[in-house]
Design a protein. Structure first.
Length: 571
């Protein structure tokens, strides 16, 4: 009898799933570079024509089936470009390159020319060129495209890595869980898994190489355990635990309608983090006090081109109306880092998290930024919206954001377009620079929200998505906690409210500590909302204040975690 094999990884999204593996092989092109014989030239040219015809059909299908088909129309133009065609033909006929080498060389030559261009728009066509090239290669080598949006049966995805955009397109009905070899606790892929309430384990070494599609698998998103080919008894045990977890979840439901007030009367706002209307609906059902972070990048990632003012307005309007007067904080586009946007054609960078990201991209693309701000302003007439800027490191950036927002407001006033004149504009605290300069920022920000996912990585110089160093990535590091405390204190001194939307806000061990530090608002994932609420309403603020004072005296992460564990056990 075959024994079940147990793998250990990092638990990043709770829940238990039992199902069959769908192993996601990322297409790899193994390039054959060959010189062909004279007699084979015409055969190779024929092959090129065949591949081109097939690709043409694929692109035509995409044009026909997408509302926003501009991107695919551009792909068709590239495919039919006579200059590119003759370059590839020349490489086959004169240089006697085999087809895949002729295509690769041509792609590289044209890319180099594109990169040298001054014209930004033309340079941006690079991504389309690459897409067409890869489509040609996939077709030539008979490698299918990854499409997980419509699956025939329920599966557990096993992959080396998953991009946030692939997760965004997952068939939510059929995907039960996922396991990856790469990734960390706060990489965007895992944040999305939590938001979708999809059990997930990342950083699971060796698993990918050792399994095949169709094998049975159990994923335990709490313990970070992955069991391949479980025995019938093991399956029954996991099924039982799964039922138990569901029961506990139901028991929490009675908490929904209770206000979030500590035992000694301190009122706290408990919102959720959302990336879509579907999550806002869950937040409403679970009795959240609004949305502390609406991540808008997923709207951009799911769209084939920049979403229009009208398209974005509709989404923000729906969120505003749904939350019925409770604050919904819309964060402006936070792209870059581990989130890419194909049509923005971001260059590969050595250090993407330290690079062209978030507000830097928006301030460099003012029209796109203003389109987003206008859509938020328009929607502000339908509920209570806030606007929040990500990754601010300098007062100049914040001032520019506010100036652009004022320009949009002036335009609306002139045109008589209604919006909320009282709309609050705040910023994320995600870098040591933002913590240290918070007092100055407070002159231009109505509120703050601490993004501990980034604050931790930038304070400790530990990449949040790198599984090799994930043990170093710890928000309970004294430096991170001291930064959080410093930010809360400075904000209160300046008379501004401050919340937290990083993953630490939903960490059950951290909740009493953050309460004691004086945090005004917690914004957590829908899956954690009721557990966090239970802790808050059973906590005594004065006791938690003492806890915070004691924690801030400790010297190491280990001591802090131990102390907090002891405190939680007493609750
Ligand atoms: C954060 O950095 O903590 C945050 C909430 O932003 P994101 O995770 O989207 O980078
Ligand atoms: Mg962030």
């Amino acid at each position: 009898m075959r024994m079940a094999v147990l793998y250990k990884g990092i638990p990043v999204s709770k829940g238990i799933a039992l199902g069959k593996i769908l192993k996601l092989e990322t297409p790899q092109f193994i390039l054959r570079q060959e010189k062909i014989k004279k007699a084979d030239i015409e055969g190779e040219v024929e092959k090129l024509k065949e591949v081109t015809m097939k690709v043409k059909k694929q692109i035509q299908m995409l044009i026909d089936s997408h509302e926003n088909s501009d991107i695919f129309t551009a792909h068709m133009l590239i495919l039919e470009d006579p200059m590119i065609q003759s370059l590839v033909l020349k490489k086959i006929r004169s240089d006697r390159d085999n087809i895949e080498w002729a295509l690769t060389e041509s792609f590289q030559e044209i890319s180099t020319q594109f990169l040298a261009l001054e014209d930004k728009l033309l340079r941006e066509r690079m991504i389309d060129l690459k897409d067409v090239y890869e489509r040609m290669m996939r077709t030539l080598k008979n490698i299918g495209e990854i499409d997980l949006s419509q699956l025939a049966e329920e599966v557990v995805i096993v992959a080396k890595d998953l991009s946030p955009s692939l997760v965004a397109s997952l068939d939510k009905e059929k995907v039960l869980a996922f396991v990856t070899e790469l990734g960390g606790e706060t990489s965007h892929t895992t944040i999305m898994a939590r938001a979708m309430e999809l059990p997930a384990v990342v950083g699971c070494s060796d698993l990918f190489e050792e399994v095949v599609s169709g094998q049975h698998i159990v994923v335990d998103g709490m313990k970070g355990e992955v069991l391949v080919e479980p025995s019938s008894k093991e399956k029954r045990d996991y099924e039982e635990r799964k039922r138990q977890i569901e029961k506990e979840r139901e028991a929490f439901d009675s908490l929904r309608r209770l206000p979030v007030i500590t035992t000694d009367g301190k009122k706290i706002r408990l919102g959720i983090n959302a990336g879509s209307i579907a999550e806002a609906v869950i937040a409403k059902e679970r009795g959240a006090d609004g949305i502390g972070l609406f991540r808008t990048e997923f709207i951009y990632m799911e769209s084939a081109g920049f979403p229009t003012e009208k398209a974005q307005f509709k989404i923000y309007q729906e969120a505003a109306q749904l939350m019925e007067g409770q604050l919904v904080i819309i964060r402006t586009l936070d792209i870059g880092g581990d989130k890419s946007l194909p049509y923005l054609n971001l260059e590969q960078e050595m250090n993407p998290f330290l690079g062209y990201r978030a507000i830097r991209v928006s301030l460099d693309n003012i029209e796109i930024f203003k389109t987003q701000m206008k859509s938020i302003l328009r929607a502000s007439a339908f509920g209570k919206l806030g606007i929040m800027f990500p990754m601010i490191i300098s007062i100049e950036e914040l001032k520019s954001c506010r100036e652009l927002l004022e320009e949009c407001k002036d335009e609306f006033r002139e045109k008589g377009i209604p919006f909320d004149e009282e709309i609050q504009a705040g910023m994320m605290i995600e870098t040591p620079a933002a913590v240290l300069e918070l007092k100055t920022f407070a002159k231009y920000a109505d509120f703050f929200s601490i993004g501990t996912n980034d604050l931790t990585q930038y304070t400790l110089a530990v990449d949040r998505g790198n599984h090799r160093i994930h043990k170093l990535y710890n928000s309970f590091h004294p430096a991170v906690l001291r930064s959080i405390y410093q930010a809360i204190e400075a904000s209160h001194e300046a008379g501004k409210w401050i919340g937290m939307c990083g993953e630490l806000a939903g960490n059950l061990k951290a909740v009493p500590l953050l309460l004691g530090m004086g945090l005004d608002e917690f914004s957590v994932n829908t899956s954690n909302l009721l557990e966090v609420k239970e802790i808050l309403i059973n906590s005594n603020y004065q006791e938690c204040k003492e806890l915070a004072e004691n924690i801030l005296k400790l010297e190491s992460t280990e001591e802090i975690e131990l102390y907090l564990k002891g405190f939680s056990n007493r609750l």
